[in-house]
Design a protein around this ligand. Sequence first.
Ligand code: ATP
Length: 220
Amino acid sequence: MSRPASDPLGVFGGTFDPVHFGHLRLAEEAREHLQLAAVRWIPAGRPPHRASPGVEPAHRLAMVGLAIDGNPHFAVDGAEVESTAPSYTVLTLERLRAEAGSRPLVLLVGADAFAGLATWHRWRELFDLAHIAVFHRPGFPVAADRLPGELGAQFAARLRPDKNTLGQSAAGAIVSFAMTQLAISATQIRHLLAHRASARYLLPQPVLDYIERHHLYRNS
Ligand code: ATP
């Protein structure tokens, strides 16, 4: 039976440089726990918050496509990669909100990314556009008193203990989860590949095959 149109839509942004099993598990657990109709993966084109990614946006987009292939609940969105403008989450959420009407949107972020939220462009407006689901990541506990200034206050005020409330409004709440802990990072994978060490079983084999075929990350 198809799900009602009001089921929340997950939005998962990242550099995915490259995509790995930590990302896939986060999206899968989010979809299941939050009863998301689908998760839209949005690789950043030119992320303004960090050093330029190791490989071209088109490669990162292609690798996400390979990683999610076969999962009917996952879709990749190339709009940030195809745009020449800096990738700002608030602009992406405005675009998705215009498409989604009043359907709940849930921005999926790891705890490390959430801790830096107050540095994001027009960050307070994110809460007007989407709910935020924060996933504990190894080494990054989530608690209001560990978050800087106003972000901690926003976290405390918006945190909802019941994940089922997300379907009742379009935006504005925060939920927090302990996901399966996978201490995998793209940084670690780039490091291994640059040293010609094995990155097998940290990321899907079709992604690793793509990396080898295109000689990516050899000089990271
Ligand atoms: P890098 O090591 O290059 O910083 P990364 O592995 O953190 O990359 P990103 O593309 O920056 O990957 O992350 C996208 C999102 O996925 C972020 O919200 C991040 O917190 C989350 N994330 C990445 N890896 C994990 C993991 N192992 N467990 C939980 N969340 C993760």
